[in-house]
Design a protein around this ligand. Structure first.
Ligand code: FES
Length: 379
């Protein structure tokens, strides 16, 4: 029997992420979506998405995240939410808030949306709008206020990197002023655009330690009022994250063109050609497609993961990061101190922290123009 990463039960795609579109009004250079977004023109239709939801639900999916990059770009979002709600999903909207207004928030409520998470780029308009590539800070704040007024829990997300890691206190003061219920201080994940900009985005170890101390102080101060999640950048850890809770274990991502993926970054792995929901049903994709089985369970592991007692906890870390940093997705994630590539990662991180170019080389902003340029130069 095929098993999930953590138990003997067959895996079920409990968490479905619908990346409705790669279009986005913002241009964040820390985006972990693919750099070749310009290739993704042929988005799934409303009817195709509803079929995907229905098939995933029949297979046991319970939570559905609407993302993209910016799901609000889709004019049929209200219809999709209503369909997902009718199927019995718990539904989340992960959004920048740009493209939202009170009329849409009311429509989302009527359609049965359960949860809205709004992301900010910084605690002030100057840095927020620089990173986002447009004037969005004040609108986001207004949308956060409205989300609360419409009786959603207020969930705010800040992706931390070198330019805003020193703002953690101001970020949490702002969250308190907005009456947030939950704040996620997420760390930049170095895939896609973020990897392109890694030398300019990776914070120093000193920044990370300061930010962590501030986050812990606020966690104690706001205990019982705001739940604060702080995630240390895994490049500074010595044990890897349990990425996706194991490949093909509970997460199923559908890209805008219908490509089914075990994680949002797997499309970058060579030698795999992920199935598309236009050609296959979700049941076959999840249970039988070779690519969803490629790193499922433990049999694919090489040393040191193969004999590691922690394999059931971390599943060898992240397959995409293992590939991006070592050239082989079956290697242990080099974040792990047991990996033979760990020392090399440490040297690279130190070199990035020491290099003056990290502060002088311009960021590559995520937009269609830059994507087309990258496609032309890396066909
Ligand atoms: Fe792909 Fe971690 S992001 S396995």
């Amino acid at each position: 029997m095929r098993t999930s990463g953590s138990s003997l039960a067959p895996p079920r795609p409990l968490w479905l992420l619908a990346e409705l579109t790669y279009r986005c009004p913002l241009q964040c250079p820390y985006c972990s979506n693919p750099v070749d977004i310009a290739r993704y023109r042929d988005e799934l239709t409303t009817e195709e998405w509803v079929r995907v939801f229905s098939e995933a639900r029949a297979l046991g999916a319970v939570q559905l995240g609407f993302s993209g990059v910016e799901a609000l770009v889709r004019k049929d979002l209200e219809i999709l939410i209503a369909e997902a709600h009718a199927l019995g999903f718990y539904t989340n909207l992960l959004t920048s808030g740009i493209g939202m207004d009170e009329r849409r928030i009311r429509a989302f409520k009527d359609a049965g949306l359960d949860h809205i998470q709004i992301s900010f780029q910084a605690s002030n308009a100057e840095l927020n709008d620089f990173i986002a590539g447009n004037d969005s800070f004040h609108h986001k704040r207004e949308m956060a206020r409205l989300v609360k007024a419409y009786d959603y829990p207020m969930v705010l997300c800040f992706v931390l990197h070198r330019h805003n890691t020193d703002q953690v206190a101001e970020i949490l003061d702002m969250a308190y002023a907005l009456k947030a219920d939950y704040v996620e201080l997420a760390t930049t994940q170095y895939y896609g655009w973020a990897l392109l900009n890694r030398d300019q985005l990776l914070p120093t170890r000193e920044q990370v330690e300061r930010a962590e101390a501030v986050a812990h102080r606020y966690q104690q101060e706001f205990a019982g009022r705001i739940k604060i999640l702080y995630v240390v950048p895994d490049y500074y850890e010595d044990r890897p994250k349990a990425c996706m809770k194991g490949w093909g274990s509970i997460f199923l991502t559908i890209a805008p063109d219908g490509t089914a993926l075990p994680c949002h970054a797997a499309g970058s792995l060579p030698g795999l050609s992920f199935p598309n929901v236009r050609e296959h049903g979700i049941e076959w994709i999840w249970n039988a497609s070779p690519d969803f089985n490629r790193f499922r369970g433990f049999d694919w592991m090489k040393e040191p993961c193969r004999s590691c007692p922690e394999q059931t906890k971390d599943f060898g870390g992240c397959r995409c990061q293992a590939y991006l940093l070592t050239g082989d997705a079956a290697n242990a994630d080099p974040v792990c101190a047991k990996s033979p590539h760990h020392a090399e990662l440490g040297r690279r991180v130190q070199a990035i922290a020491d290099a003056p170019s990290g502060n002088t080389v311009p960021l590559v902003f995520r937009n269609m123009r830059n994507s087309k340029r990258r496609i032309e130069s890396h066909p």
